[in-house]
Ligand binder design. Structure first.
Ligand code: C5P
Length: 234
């Protein structure tokens, strides 16, 4: 599996994004980037095409969750948009995830990588049990959703780097783990709670790390990105 560092482009509009991308334009191998809901809803599919045209691979983080037929059709649109990775909520059921894989598969058989969100890290075990009436422990729920995703033909899950090893044990080494919550050993943790360093994420077995502020807010984003790559990819 190709390990890679994905920079989260958590900016609210295209001026900010392009000003950041200009700052890192000297990096020879264009970094993989993540476009989230805020930027996508502000700028629409044009932002994906423009960033793609600059040579970046794109993880479009829109977390789809709807009836299977709607998700299938929406995924076909994302495949035509030529993103490299996209995602959905595993709680939409195995049937919804299978429909997504079908919709995402292009006529020539290729498709973007598809990743499932299990339980959002903002959901505590207490809220999951009280609000969602899921009585199983949180970690058991996460592993069950990961197994459902694998069964549906989805390629992997978003999870904490600290859970990547367990996900691989349960779903196999080829099942991808995409892990945010990355901080340098000497850096600011900010609002993240369960964090680890790029080096430790590599050790535990993450396939892709998603790094936002440690790179985007760094005084020298190129050096910060290169440090991530050096620690994580080697
Ligand atoms: O700035 P920071 O490195 O914390 O950014 C992490 C990125 O990963 C953000 O885009 C955040 O929304 C995303 N993310 C996360 N935790 C999850 C899922 C996604 O931090 N469980």
């Amino acid at each position: 599996m190709g390990k890679d560092v994905i920079i989260a482009l958590d900016f609210s509009g295209k001026e900010e994004v392009f000003s950041f991308l200009d700052k890192i334009s000297g990096i020879a191998q264009k970094p993989y980037v993540k476009i989230g809901m805020e930027l996508y809803y502000a700028e629409g599919p044009a932002i994906v095409r423009e960033i793609k045209a600059r040579g970046h691979k794109i993880f479009l983080d829109l977390k789809l969750h709807d009836i299977p037929n709607t998700v299938k059709k929406a995924m076909a649109v994302l495949a035509r948009l030529d993103v490299d990775m996209c995602n959905l909520h595993a709680s939409g059921t195995v049937e919804m995830m299978k429909a997504a894989v079908e919709g995402l598969t292009r006529p020539n058989g290729t498709r973007p990588i598809l990743i499932a969100v299990t339980q959002l890290t903002s959901t505590s075990e207490e809220r999951m049990q009280k609000d969602l009436l899921i009585s199983a422990p949180l970690d058991e729920t996460v592993m069950h959703y990961a197994k459902n995703a694998a069964e549906a033909g989805v390629d992997g899950v978003v999870c904490s780097p600290l859970e990547a090893g367990k996900v691989h044990t349960v779903c196999g080494n080829n099942f991808l783990t995409v892990t945010p919550g990355i901080r340098f050993a000497d850096g600011d943790v900010g609002d993240q709670v369960r964090v680890t360093t790029p080096e430790k994420a590599k050790e535990i077995g993450s396939d892709y790390i998603v790094v936002g502020r440690p790179v985007t807010a760094a005084a020298d984003p190129v050096a910060a990105y290169e440090r991530c790559v050096k620690e994580f990819v080697g």
